[in-house]
Design a protein around this ligand. Structure first.
Ligand SMILES: *Cc1c(COP(=O)(O)O)cnc(C)c1O
Length: 369
């Protein structure tokens, strides 16, 4: 075994090296034009990304959390309105509901997709429910057909939190084009990452897009004509230019992620692990396996220099942040079990066979002990 190999969870340097000239030129062009906030580079990225996702409109914002907040505010969320979110996701999903003035309602996930369980969503819907946020967790599309049907049936909106699923597809359509609105984060480690913070909201409704654009820019359309109070959540020109330079590579990077995932399955198939279910259109933001002796396996991997990690170590409703909701342990059995068994293995488009071998051998040696 290759002793002393160090494999990070994600390696952003390799990607930069591969596209250095394009990125450096993009950065220089923004500086030459001093188009730092908004301006032509942001406009171009909005057009590029709307076209890529297959939506009429894209509003670039400051980060993925704000994309969700602006979308919810744009949809007219009112105090007391309930929004259904999965019990297994990054806190930004539920945080956005609270920041937009709504009430968070946590619903359990499915054991295989690890995304919102439509049956349990149906049980949680009541007259105060205004919408659902589906998270395409780890790059795996959520069950959108079932969720859209529920949304239609009950007159709810359906927001896609696509922060982990740029370029993923569901029944042949791009993630982000399936619900009422799609929200993206371009945090550097995401499948499409900026060199700082960034986010975007995509939708087809022109008025909604305009409202979101105003909310993200102090409630104005013209320089000092403010129709309402909004906030400051704009994408900067450098991030937009970098994202436009990176976008043409996204599909190829996602292909490389899918290939690496298949290589993991070939190496780990015989181990006593639950491997992620492969479905069409999955873009493997993370490769998450389940193990009954998770904590020991995680320690074993980390001691071998492998940057394995946990996404996420706690069921969201049981975090201290949500004590005010008086959550009852046992209410989200699937999420509560998963957080004790999941571990994310290193996966990035440039991961090489020697690295995959080393991870595979290290996992194998754990079960030999
Ligand atoms: C990263 C992430 C966000 C938030 O994005 P930021 O750009 O970091 O604000 C929201 N939801 C999910 C599921 C994420 O993974």
């Amino acid at each position: 075994m290759a002793q002393g190999m160090k494999i990070p969870l994600v390696d952003l340097k390799l990607q930069y090296q591969a596209i250095r000239q394009e990125v450096d030129a993009a950065i220089q062009a923004v500086i030459d034009k001093t188009a730092f906030i908004g301006g032509p580079f942001v406009k171009k990225f909005e057009q590029d990304f709307a076209g890529y996702v297959g939506r009429a409109h894209c509003v670039a914002v400051g980060n993925g959390t704000d994309a969700l907040v602006m979308a919810l505010r744009g949809l007219g969320l009112r105090p007391g309105d309930e929004v259904i979110v999965p019990a297994l996701t990054f806190i930004a999903t539920s945080e956005a509901v609270t920041l937009a003035g709504g009430k968070v309602v946590f619903v359990d996930v499915e054991p295989q997709s690890r995304c919102l369980d439509p049956q349990k969503v149906a049980e949680a819907i009541n007259p105060a429910t205004k919408g659902i946020i589906a998270v395409h967790l780890y790059g795996r599309p959520a069950p959108m057909a079932e969720l859209n049907q529920l949304a239609r049936q009950h007159g709810l909106w359906l927001v896609e939190d696509a922060a982990q699923a740029h370029g993923a597809t569901y029944q042949g359509r791009k993630i982000g084009s399936l619900g009422t609105v799609g929200c993206f984060s371009f945090y550097p480690g995401k499948n499409l990452g900026a060199y700082g913070d960034g986010g975007a909201v995509v939708c087809d409704d022109q008025e909604l897009a305009l409202r979101i654009r105003m909310l993200a820019n102090h409630g104005r359309t013209e320089k000092y004509d403010h129709l309402m109070e909004g906030s400051n959540s704009r994408m900067d020109g450098l991030q937009a230019a970098i994202l436009s330079a990176k976008l043409p590579h996204l599909d190829q990077w996602n292909q490389a992620r899918r290939k690496a995932a298949a290589e993991y399955v070939a190496r780990l198939g015989a181990e006593p692990l639950v491997l992620p279910q492969d479905v069409e259109g999955h873009v493997y933001h993370l490769f998450v396996v389940e193990c009954e002796r998770r904590d020991q396996l995680l320690r074993h991997l980390q001691e071998a220099g492998i940057g394995a990690s946990i996404h996420y170590p706690n069921a969201l409703p049981l975090l201290s942040a949500y004590r005010y909701l008086n959550p009852q342990p046992g209410s989200w059995p699937v999420a509560e079990r998963l957080v004790g068994q999941i571990v994310s293995l290193p996966l990035f488009p440039e991961i090489n066979p020697a690295q995959l071998d080393y991870v595979g051998q290290t996992v194998h040696s754990f079960f030999q002990k």
